[in-house]
Design a protein around this ligand. Structure first.
Ligand code: 5RP
Length: 220
């Protein structure tokens, strides 16, 4: 299938960015799973790995990697992750899998962020894919009302508790004109743990898988 081939090409291209003694942050999702399946090709270069979710931790361990605590390794040299949507000016939305808070912590702590996506993820304006917000349970109704005020339609993700013990509101119908501003505004609502806009600290490199290679965008 075309999309899987594109994901694979993006994931394989990311291997070239892993340099000797790399402390590697690893995101979550199906594109990252392909990355992990191929990570043994550069195993000798990886000094330590840190993970954004239990699923990724399990996959890394199955692939023969030890997984460290972020607090023990300092600042990862590289953070590689997928995205739900990404613009050509390096803004992303993430959290389709619900791991957005740990993903954002790793992205914030890392020296360089590489986003690996298939071509369907490239958009002009973020917001068509519902924007996830991790919320403290007692604040879910309050935050829902605040998001309606901001023009969105919140929907509680059913039968889902995050690895931090919180809930996810998926916000439909947002048109995210100014991603850094909205990221900050949503994070300022009491009870929000974090939201899935990654714009205050955007990607440094976007690797867009094509059927026969990869299109690389580098943030100068
Ligand atoms: C998980 C994420 C993923 O990176 C995002 O959902 C993309 O996943 P996939 O590579 O499966 O399309 O943010 O929380």
């Amino acid at each position: 299938m075309k999309q899987n081939q594109e994901k694979e090409n993006a994931a394989l291209a990311a291997l070239d960015y892993i340099q000797h003694e790399c402390i590697l942050g690893v995101g979550s999702g199906s594109t990252v799973t392909i990355l992990i399946q191929n990570l043994n090709k550069v195993k000798h270069k990886i000094k330590a790995s840190v993970s954004s979710s239990e699923d990724t931790t399990n996959k890394l361990k199955q692939a023969g990697f030890e997984v460290d605590e972020l607090s023990n390794v300092g600042s990862p040299d590289l953070y590689i992750d997928g995205a739900d949507e990404v613009t050509r000016n390096f803004y992303m939305t993430k959290g389709g899998g619900g791991a957005l808070t740990r993903e954002k912590i790793l992205a914030a702590a890392s020296k360089k962020i590489i986003c690996i996506v298939d071509s369907s993820k490239i958009v002009d304006v973020l917001g068509k894919y519902p924007l996830p917000i991790e919320v403290i349970p007692m604040a879910k109704s309050y935050i829902s009302r605040e998001m309606i005020r901001l023009g969105g339609q919140p929907e509680l993700r059913q039968n889902f508790v995050t690895e931090n013990g919180n809930l996810i509101l998926d916000i439909h119908n947002l048109t995210i004109i100014d991603p850094p501003q909205l990221e900050k505004q949503i994070n300022n609502i009491a009870g929000v743990v974090t939201n899935g806009i990654f714009a205050i600290k955007p990607a440094d490199v976007i690797l867009i898988g094509q059927s026969n290679g990869v299109n690389t965008l580098e943030n100068q």
